[in-house]
Design a protein around this ligand. Structure first.
Ligand SMILES: Nc1nc2c(ncn2[C@@H]2O[C@H](COP(=O)(O)OP(=O)(O)OP(=O)(O)O)[C@@H](O)[C@H]2O)c(=O)[nH]1
Length: 638
C-alpha cells in the first residue's frame, strides 16, 4: 500500500479528521496537517485501533463516529445554517458506499450496539445517551466564511464565478442573482460562504473597523505569472488577520502555466508548500475548466474542520456589514453576515449611531427568509441610512432599547472627541503648528459601497502630516453635474472606480477644467492619488555648504560695483550661490553671488586654491572679509 493522506484515510474509514489526529497523537506519530501522508504501518495501526473500538473496546474519546448509521443523526441535528462536523459520511453517496464497505470490513459490529453512536454534533443523540461523556462543546459548528484575494487579473472573480455557477443552487426562473457581497456554496462537504467584495482592501477595510469576517483566505496566484506585489500584500493581510490561508494556483490550463515555479516562489515568501516539506496548503486549479476546484473546496472544508468553527444560534446576535447600497426602489439594502445568534424579521438592529427595524430579509439568492443563523449572509431592508462595510451590527429587543444603545454610542463618541480636541489644542497652543498641512480635495464615485469603503480605507493610510486627503464626497454611482460643480469650486479631483461619467457630465467637467478620471483597477486609482499627493507636497530645501574664500583686494567696476578679489581656501564657489560675509565674528552681509570671474572671464565655478573675482550685489565688502558660499538643495522625500 502506498502512502495515504490523513484526510483521505479519515474519509475511507468514515471518521473525523480530528479523531485520526488524536489517534496519531496517541501513537506518537508526527504530522503537519491533515494532508500529511502516513505510511502503511501507521495506517494498519490506526485501522486496528478503530476496529478494536468498534468491536466494543473503549473508545479513545467520546466522539467516535460509527459512520454508516450515525450519520443521519448528525445531519438531522444540524441547526439550520450550520455545518456538520463530519459531513463526509452523510453528503456524498459515493463516500457513503466506501464508508459502508470499510466499516463492515473492519468493524462487523452493528453500530446500534456501538458506544460510538454518541456524536459530538448530534444533540438529539447526545440527550438520549448517558451524560458521562459530555461533548467538548455544546456550541454547534458553523460554516466557514472565505475570502479570495490576490494580484490583479490572477483570476479571483473567475474563480468565484466558477464556484457560484457550479455550487450555488439555481435561481428560480425569472430571478437574477444580485451582487450582495457574499454567496453560499453547497459542496459535498457542506456549506461554504464566500465573500464576494473585491480583493484584500475590502478585507482590510472590514478589519480596520475592528471586525473580522473571514475565517479562511484563499490567495489566488496565476500559474503563468507567479507571485506579484499584490500577492504579497494579500498574504500579509491574511497573516495579519491570523486567518489560515490556502494558495490556489490558478490558470493551470494555460500552456505556459508553471506550477512548480509558483511553488518555489512561494517558499521565498515563507510559504512552503506541503509537497516541499512545509505546511502551506497549495491547490492547483483552473477557473476556466474547473480542474482542481473540487479539491480546493475540500481543502477549505478540511481547514474549517481543523479550525473548529462554532457559533451559537441561540446566543446574543452579532454581525458585520459586508456591503450596502441605496436602491432607488427599495431604499437602503445592507448585506450583513450573521456571526452569532439568529436574526429575525422584525428585530431591531443598531449600527453605528443609527438603528432600524428589519422589514424584510433575503438570502443571497434573493429569496425571502424569516430568520438567519450564524455564517449566513443576509440582505436586510430596514436601515434608514446606508451602513458602511465593517460596521458591527448589534440587535435590540425593542425600539426603546435600540434608541438607548444609540444614545450611549453618541455620548461615548462625543466624550472621546472632546478629549481628543482638548489634547490637540493644548499641544498646538504650546508648540504652535509645526507643519503646514496641504489638502488634496477628492470626490469619489464607485460602483458599490464596498468599493467606496475600500478606497477610503486605502486613502486613509496614505495621509501624512504634510498632506491631508479630503474626501469631500464619496458616493455610489456615476459622477453627477453636481459633483463637477463642487469639484470646480473646491478645486477637487473626481476619481471614479468602475463607474464612468456620462457625456454631458464629461463636457461640463471639460468646461470647468475639472479633473475627472475613471479607473477599472483599484491600484491605478491609488497610483493617481499618489501622484496628486506628490504634486501637492511643497519641496523641502536644505542649505548645503559649498566653500570659503578670503577677500584679498577690492576692484571697482564701473557697471558691477565693488568686486571682491578673493582666494578660495576651501571647497568651491558657484555663480548664483548664496553668500555670507563675516567680518571678525560678525556676519555683515547675506545675499547672492551674482557674478564670478577668473581674470576677465565670467565663470560658473571656482575651486579651492584659485583666485577669483566675486561680485556680490553689495558694495561694502572689505579686505580681510571671509565669504562663505552655500546653495539650497531639494531634499528628496520618501
Ligand atoms: N486560461 C485561463 N484564464 C483565466 C483563468 N482564470 C481567469 N482567467 C482570465 O484571466 C483574466 C482575469 O481574470 P479575473 O477573474 O478578472 O481576475 P481578477 O483577479 O478577478 O482580476 P481583478 O478583479 O481585476 O483583480 C480574465 O481574462 C479571465 O478570463 C483560468 O483559470 N484560465
Amino acid at each position: 500500500m502506498s502512502k495515504v493522506r490523513i484526510y483521505t484515510l479519515a474519509k475511507d474509514l468514515g471518521v473525523e479528521n480530528q479523531k485520526l489526529l488524536e489517534i496519531l497523537d496517541s501513537l506518537g506519530v508526527a504530522y503537519k496537517s491533515v494532508s500529511s501522508t502516513l505510511d502503511t504501518e501507521t495506517v494498519e495501526a490506526i485501522s486496528g485501533i478503530l476496529a478494536e473500538e468498534n468491536a466494543g473496546g473503549t473508545p479513545a474519546s467520546g466522539e467516535t463516529a460509527a459512520p454508516a448509521t450515525t450519520a443521519p443523526d448528525v445531519q438531522q441535528a444540524q441547526p439550520e445554517g450550520t455545518q456538520a462536523a463530519a459531513p463526509q459520511a452523510t453528503t456524498t453517496p459515493a463516500l457513503k458506499d466506501d464508508v459502508t464497505q470499510t466499516a463492515s470490513a473492519s468493524a462487523p459490529t452493528p453500530s446500534t450496539t456501538s458506544p460510538s453512536a454518541v456524536s459530538q454534533s448530534s444533540t438529539a443523540v447526545a440527550t438520549e445517551a448517558p451524560v458521562s461523556e459530555a461533548p467538548a462543546s455544546e456550541i454547534p459548528h458553523r460554516s466557514p466564511v472565505v475570502t479570495i484575494m490576490g494580484h490583479v487579473d490572477h483570476g479571483k472573480t473567475s474563480l468565484l464565478d466558477y464556484i457560484r455557477k457550479t455550487k450555488v443552487a439555481a435561481k428560480e426562473a425569472g430571478g437574477i442573482t444580485q451582487h450582495v457581497g457574499a454567496f453560499e456554496a453547497q459542496t459535498s462537504k457542506g456549506r461554504i460562504v464566500f465573500i464576494d467584495t473585491p480583493g484584500h482592501e475590502a478585507f482590510t477595510t472590514i478589519r480596520a473597523r475592528g471586525a473580522n469576517v473571514a475565517d479562511i483566505a484563499i490567495i489566488v496566484v496565476a500559474a503563468d505569472d507567479s507571485i506579484m506585489p499584490q500577492t504579497r500584500e494579500a498574504i500579509a493581510h491574511a497573516q495579519a488577520a491570523k486567518v489560515p490561508l490556502i494558495v490556489a494556483i490558478n490558470k493551470i490550463d494555460l500552456p505556459q502555466a508553471d506550477v512548480d515555479r509558483v511553488k518555489t516562489d512561494l517558499t521565498m515568501v515563507n510559504l512552503v508548500p506541503e509537497d516541499f516539506g512545509g505546511d502551506t496548503v497549495v491547490v492547483a486549479v483552473s477557473a476556466k475548466t474547473g480542474e482542481g476546484v473540487e479539491d480546493l473546496l475540500e481543502y477549505i472544508s478540511l481547514t474549517a474542520e481543523l479550525e473548529d468553527l462554532r457559533a451559537d444560534p441561540k446566543g446574543e446576535f452579532s454581525g458585520v456589514v459586508i456591503e450596502s447600497k441605496v436602491d432607488r426602489q427599495s431604499g437602503v439594502l445592507a448585506t450583513v453576515m450573521v456571526q452569532q445568534g439568529t436574526l429575525h424579521v422584525g428585530d431591531f438592529l443598531v449600527v453605528g449611531e443609527t438603528y432600524g427595524k428589519i422589514k424584510a430579509m433575503t438570502d443571497t439568492l434573493g429569496g425571502r427568509i424569516k430568520s438567519a443563523g450564524p455564517s449566513t449572509p443576509v440582505q436586510i431592508l430596514g436601515f434608514s441610512e446606508a451602513p458602511v462595510s465593517g460596521d458591527k451590527v448589534a440587535s435590540a429587543t425593542n425600539e426603546h432599547t435600540a434608541r438607548e444603545k444609540v444614545s450611549v454610542r453618541v455620548d461615548t463618541r462625543r466624550t472621546v472627541e472632546e478629549a481628543r480636541a482638548q489634547r490637540k489644542l493644548s499641544l498646538e497652543e504650546m508648540m504652535g503648528s509645526l507643519v503646514e498641512v496641504r489638502e488634496v480635495n477628492l470626490i469619489l464615485r464607485a460602483d458599490t459601497q464596498g468599493s467606496v469603503e475600500a478606497i477610503q480605507g486605502i486613502l486613509a493610510k496614505r495621509e501624512s502630516e504634510e498632506v491631508k486627503l479630503n474626501v469631500m464626497l464619496a458616493g455610489i454611482g456615476a459622477p453627477t453635474e453636481g459633483d463637477v460643480l463642487l469639484a470646480s469650486t473646491a478645486e477637487a479631483t473626481i476619481l471614479c472606480f468602475s463607474v464612468s461619467a456620462s457625456a454631458p457630465v464629461k463636457k461640463i467637467a471639460d468646461q470647468k477644467a475639472v479633473d475627472l478620471k475613471s479607473f477599472k483597477i483599484i491600484y491605478e486609482l491609488i497610483d493617481e492619488v499618489d501622484r496628486l499627493i506628490k504634486g501637492n507636497v511643497e519641496p523641502v530645501f536644505e542649505e548645503k555648504y559649498l566653500g570659503r574664500a578670503e577677500v584679498r583686494m577690492l576692484i571697482k567696476h564701473p557697471k558691477s560695483g565693488t568686486i571682491a578679489g578673493s582666494y578660495v581656501t576651501d571647497g568651491s564657489f558657484k555663480r548664483n550661490a548664496k553668500a555670507k560675509v563675516t567680518r571678525g565674528k560678525t556676519v555683515v552681509y547675506e545675499g547672492t553671488i551674482v557674478g564670478l570671474k577668473r581674470f576677465k572671464d565670467d565663470v560658473r565655478e571656482v575651486q579651492t586654491g584659485y583666485e577669483c573675482g566675486i561680485n556680490l550685489d553689495w558694495n561694502d565688502v572689505m579686505e580681510g572679509d571671509i565669504i562663505e558660499a552655500s546653495e539650497m538643495v531639494e531634499v528628496v522625500q520618501a
